[in-house]
Design a protein around this ligand. Sequence first.
Ligand SMILES: NC(=O)c1ccc[n+]([C@@H]2O[C@H](COP(=O)([O-])OP(=O)(O)OC[C@H]3O[C@@H](n4cnc5c(N)ncnc54)[C@H](O)[C@@H]3O)[C@@H](O)[C@H]2O)c1
Length: 315
Amino acid sequence: MGKKPSVIVVGAGGFGKNHVRVLAELGSLGGVCDIDREKASTYGKLYNVPYYLNVSDIPEGAYDGAIVSTPTSTHKDVAMQIASKEIGYIFIEKPFTPTLKEAIELIEFLKRKNVKIMVGFIERFNPAVKMVKKYVDEEALGEIIMASATRVRRWPERIIDSGVLLDTAIHDVDLMRYLFSEEPIKVYAKTGKSMHRIHEDYATILLTFQSGKMALINANWLTPFKIRSIEVIGSEGVVEADLVTQQVTLSSKDDRITPFSEWREPLRYELKHFLDCITSNEKPNPDERDALKALEIIEASLKSSKTGNSVEVST
Ligand SMILES: NC(=O)c1ccc[n+]([C@@H]2O[C@H](COP(=O)([O-])OP(=O)(O)OC[C@H]3O[C@@H](n4cnc5c(N)ncnc54)[C@H](O)[C@@H]3O)[C@@H](O)[C@H]2O)c1
């Protein structure tokens, strides 16, 4: 067995603390960086790893990989600084950047530095999604016709710098591309604002694909309880997945089964993949193309909602 990769987590806040914990469990937490001294020192001391208050303080060549889990508006600057520390693998939380333009600039920069990029579309690593994908790929549902996704909860009031499309619906935009193994060609969306001061807090997106498939995505921050679910409808059956409980149900004309599978933390699989790529010098997946496509579709959704027309996207 070779040496385990050493990874630093930059941004140990609400979600970053999970990266810290899981990397420690996987034996690959090499350091923590957070501008909040309390957070940096708490996790540094808890896991007995070096901690830094600024990316500029991270020593060059000390880490194999880095996780960027700072607020989305800072991803580009933070990732660019990390790349100058001779870190060859950078994992950037979703949404990759607030805009497609920033994403293009960041990717060009990271490619010039030979950095391999992973984007945090964690749902691809949800065991329930894996099972749905298997049914789709093995044609257990016959020919795929359409899919839908629901992702709703009460507004997490700390999120003020983005709306429900960029922050939340982006997970399902990525899932639809992943499940169909196809790019949408057109986007139609309607959004609205009820409680959020600046951005939309409810949205419906309709994606249409070259093959005729369609996908409907519903996201809001109004529903007082949490639902995260997907449903894929084929000519011979339907598969439904609850992404919170990870329960999957497959139904055909004659049968309805709920295969047993134990609940597993998606973040563990996601980070394991990142570490495996570092160890084997492979390109992670989902990567920069997935980051770009999802942002393009989100921006097309915002445009569609504003103009009232459907918007074409590149394939
Ligand atoms: N994959 C998922 O399901 C998922 C879930 C939640 C959040 N996220 C994403 O993770 C990112 C972080 O979200 P959060 O809710 O944890 O935010 P947060 O505000 O709770 O935490 C961000 C942390 O980054 C630190 N920070 C800010 N600027 C920094 C800098 N320049 N250098 C070092 N540290 C810095 C802050 O002090 C804070 O501790 C966002 O992009 C968000 O969209 C992803």
